[in-house]
Design a binder for this molecule. Structure first.
Ligand code: NAD
Ligand code: GLY
Length: 371
């Protein structure tokens, strides 16, 4: 028998972006408030929920019930789960369904992205482009989407030439995070989100690392109070970074800590061999070691991050990496500038800086040390 939904007090974090500012509401059991939040962001009466098949089966009904209770006509559009479906074909078929609704949609129609980062990215891109822009809400259901993808307005689909190559910055009108949804999330997906939480601690707030360390068991048990607090702290960090640099001209690039080498490792090992979270964990270890060898990051601080990653079940060791291949992929990363690798390196507890002078030898040595 399913456990009844537990409830916590709702926490609110605001993303400050002038007249495009919005609230992120976080708590256990808040999916039932979706209809109320929808009423805050549109005067319309049609809400179109976009979800992958897995999330639609788990939470589609709760979402549409809440919208219907608040007086909306609710439609549910679904697509097959998985990154491989975050593409123009799925975008196009969602758009076909949206544009064939009767009566035809107008610019007050609300899009609700219900799901993980794949759903948020694709539904957000639909919202950004249908009728040149519809109001939309993010309703994330994975930890990665709670703490990262749902905040900041990056929307995209993948292209065979690379991930997220087609998209737009398009901020949602609000974000509603029900941490109870994390109870059905596979543990490997939870770990993927935890890797991003560790990243936030390293780049902005070392005390977050302590909070995670002291709560490993309740985190894996999805304790509602602990998860609400964890998500709220991470959203506050992401919101502050986005408010400082919405278009990634400066500080937002700090969110790439662990991802430069991580992406190289993920691709060089063959996509699917390591999860994204595992690759980011290894990337954070390698990039921290580059910083230690440069003398800009304390060895004990680096060791502390590694110990925490291990406690969370994330990898800190990997053998057999081809450093040449990882470096080649890093040079072709869309965040590299003219083939010049740009890397975020830790410079102290909770501080990082962006470097564009990292050499192949430094990365090769850090990768070798993972073995
Ligand atoms: P995802 O959306 O594919 O979700 C992972 C899996 O979990 C899916 O199979 C999904 O069906 C399932 N799932 C989702 N919620 C569930 C729940 N509560 N219970 C059970 N199963 C559930 O992947 P993700 O890891 O959430 O997101 C990765 C994507 O996010 C990537 O495409 C990445 O590019 C994107 N991303 C975007 C941003 C941004 O700023 N826009 C930031 C980071 C990542
Ligand atoms: N996940 C990186 C960003 O939102 O900028």
């Amino acid at each position: 028998m399913a456990c009844p939904t537990r409830r916590t007090k709702i926490r609110t974090v605001t993303v400050h972006l002038g007249d495009r500012s919005y609230h992120v509401r976080i708590g256990a059991g808040v999916l039932s408030k979706l209809g109320d939040m929808a009423g805050e962001v549109t005067d319309g009466r049609l809400a179109v929920v976009v979800a992958d098949g897995t999330v639609a089966d788990l939470y589609g009904r709760a979402a549409t019930d809440s919208l219907t209770s608040a007086g909306f006509r609710a439609e549910l559009l679904t697509f097959p789960a998985g990154e491989r479906n975050k593409n123009l074909a799925t975008f196009s078929s969602l758009m076909d369904e949206l544009l064939s609704l009767e009566p035809p949609i107008d610019r007050s129609a609300l899009i609700v992205a219900l799901g993980g980062g794949v759903t948020g990215d694709i539904a957000g891109f639909v919202a950004a482009t249908a009728l040149r822009g519809l109001p939309w809400l993010q309703c994330p259901t994975t930890l990665l989407a709670d703490v990262d993808a749902s905040v900041g307005g990056k929307t995209a689909v993948d292209h065979p030439a690379g991930k997220n190559l087609i998209g737009a910055f398009y901020q949602p009108g609000g974000v509603l995070i029900d941490v109870e949804a994390l109870r059905t999330l596979p543990v490997e997906e939870l770990r993927g989100g935890l890797a991003e939480c560790v990243k936030h601690g390293v780049i902005r707030d070392a005390s977050l690392l302590d909070a995670i360390d002291s709560n490993v068991e309740p985190i894996f048990a999805c304790d509602p109070e602990v998860m609400t607090d964890l998500v709220a702290r991470n959203v506050a960090i992401k919101a502050a970074v986005v408010a400082e640099d919405e278009r990634e001209a400066g500080a937002r690039a700090h969110l790439n800590f662990g991802h430069t080498v991580g992406h190289g490792i993920e691709a060089a090992s063959g996509f699917g061999t390591l999860s994204h979270g595992q690759a980011v964990s290894l990337g954070m270890v390698a990039e921290s070691r580059v910083a230690v060898e440069r003398g800009i990051f304390d060895r004990t601080d680096a060791a502390r991050v590694e110990r925490l990653l291990e406690r969370l079940g994330l990898p800190v060791q990997l053998t057999g990496l081809d450093a040449d291949e990882v470096w080649r992929i890093m040079q072709h990363d869309k965040k590299a500038l003219g083939g010049r690798v740009r890397m975020v390196l830790p410079t102290g507890p909770g501080t990082v800086d962006l470097y564009d002078d990292v050499k192949y030898d430094e990365v090769a040595a850090a990768l070798a040390s993972l073995g």
